[in-house]
Design a protein around this ligand. Structure first.
Ligand SMILES: Cc1ncc(COP(=O)(O)O)c(C=O)c1O
Length: 408
């Protein structure tokens, strides 16, 4: 078994990514996922891990959710990818279901394959309907690595790729004064994650988004909220923005929408902009965007995610983790642990990057898998599956206790 595992790692290094393999080997955290079920992701050598990252929300419903699998298998008996030029029953029904879950007016849907693609479309739409070019994003935010999405990001991600599209700028997140200064009569849109994950799971002040929306409205710009990580129940509400009493003009969805089974993403926008695509319905095209099979994965995912039982579990377990991590932070003050987040979108901030990385490795050794925030490595992203139960949660806290004791 060990040899077979080494063979896979070597083959991956040879043909996919030698750099990733070198990095994981260096930190002794090579992980080759094999069997997976609900909260558990096993290495192919049989070691069990509790998945506390879930690919930023892809596995909100756990691994291989059986209801989503049944929906996809059922769809495969009748459908295929579909033809993006033609009218489609699954697309129509999936869009209608999404619209029924959104605030009034946010009822127009363009499907994509990935979050980045859906972000690109949101920016195209904002530029198209306003006739302006300015796009303002948050320093340290992250919206993907495709064209316009990449242009919203930090320099370190785009420096190597030559000149970017013009008129993209960044401001500090949760700084209303900075936003006030940045939005001008040439701003097409402000784009923000509801809770920026790569920045370090930063929860803004309660009125931040409604104030940003007001600034946008006053100057004729649109507000795009990126719900790629916060959507589908992650914060204990169906959409993260429901925690902030704000009505975005465009909402971007991805990751969890797939149920972890079949890729699909969406850009949902207000009906007042529908004319843009009416005039030129072929101005944006994606062959696999909203594949018919993906629509079935999404519809089942939405049905499960909107259930009161799931959403209340998110709040209950989120409170449990907050309380337990706060208790551990008092017990091990040397770690400088601060806990933040909403629902099961949590950030564990340690006193410095080194401490966070050691804790990550110690947790890995205890069978808990999570990652750090790319733009603030002091923060471990803690995003367990939303279906997590109390016995599994207790195992995570026990593992954290062991890891913290070794460092504290
Ligand atoms: C908040 C956010 N937006 C957009 C994206 C891009 O999604 P994708 O990787 O599917 O293109 C990500 C991916 O991590 C994300 O976290």
């Amino acid at each position: 078994m060990k040899n077979k595992r080494e063979d896979i790692i070597n083959l991956y290094a040879k043909h996919v990514s030698p750099g990733k393999v070198e990095t994981y080997r260096k930190y002794d955290i090579t992980f080759v996922p094999g069997p997976r079920e609900e909260c558990i992701l096993c290495d192919i050598d049989g070691r069990k891990f509790i998945n506390c990252h879930c690919n930023g929300g892809v596995f909100n419903l756990g691994h291989r959710n059986q209801k989503v699998i049944r929906a996809v298998i059922g769809a495969m008996k009748v459908y295929d990818i579909g033809n993006h030029h033609l009218i489609s029953k699954p697309k129509a029904e999936c869009a209608a279901l999404l619209a029924s879950m959104m605030p009034k007016g946010l009822n127009q849907v363009v499907f994509g394959v990935s979050g980045g693609e859906a972000i690109d479309l949101a920016i195209k739409l904002a530029r198209g309907v306003t006739g302006r070019s300015g796009i303002i994003s948050a320093k340290g935010g992250y919206h993907g690595h495709t064209g316009f999405a990449l242009a919203t990001g930090d320099a370190k991600f785009k420096d190597k790729f030559g000149s970017m599209p013009p008129a993209f700028s960044q401001v500090a997140f949760d700084d209303i004064g900075a936003m006030e200064k940045a939005v001008t009569d040439d701003t097409a849109a402000v784009i923000l994650e509801t809770v920026p994950a790569t920045m370090g799971i930063v929860v803004p002040e309660k009125t931040y988004f409604s104030r940003v929306k007001k600034i946008c409205e006053d100057r004729g710009a649109l507000l795009i909220l990126d719900e790629v990580q916060t959507g589908f129940g992650r914060t204990g509400k169906m959409w993260g923005f429901e925690n902030f009493k704000v009505l975005p003009d465009i909402v971007v969805l991805g990751k969890g929408m797939s149920g972890g089974i079949y890729p699909i993403s969406a850009t949902v926008y207000h009906e007042r902009y529908a004319d843009f695509f009416r005039k030129d319905p072929f101005v944006h095209i994606s062959t696999y965007g909203g594949s018919e099979i993906g629509c079935f994965a999404a519809m089942e995912t939405i049905k499960i995610s909107k259930s009161a039982k799931l959403l209340s579990n998110v709040l209950k377990m989120g409170n449990y983790f907050k309380k337990e991590f706060a208790r551990l932070s008092m017990r091990y003050p040397n770690l400088g642990l601060k806990v933040r987040g909403i629902g099961l979108m949590m950030g564990l901030e340690f006193k410095d990057e080194m401490t966070a990385l050691f804790i990550l490795k110690l947790l890995f050794d205890e069978g808990v898998y999570l990652v750090y925030s790319g733009n603030d490595p002091r923060v471990l992203q803690f995003l367990p599956p939303l279906i997590i139960t109390m016995p599994v949660a207790k195992r995570i806290i026990a593992a954290a206790h062991t890891a913290f004791a070794k460092m504290g």
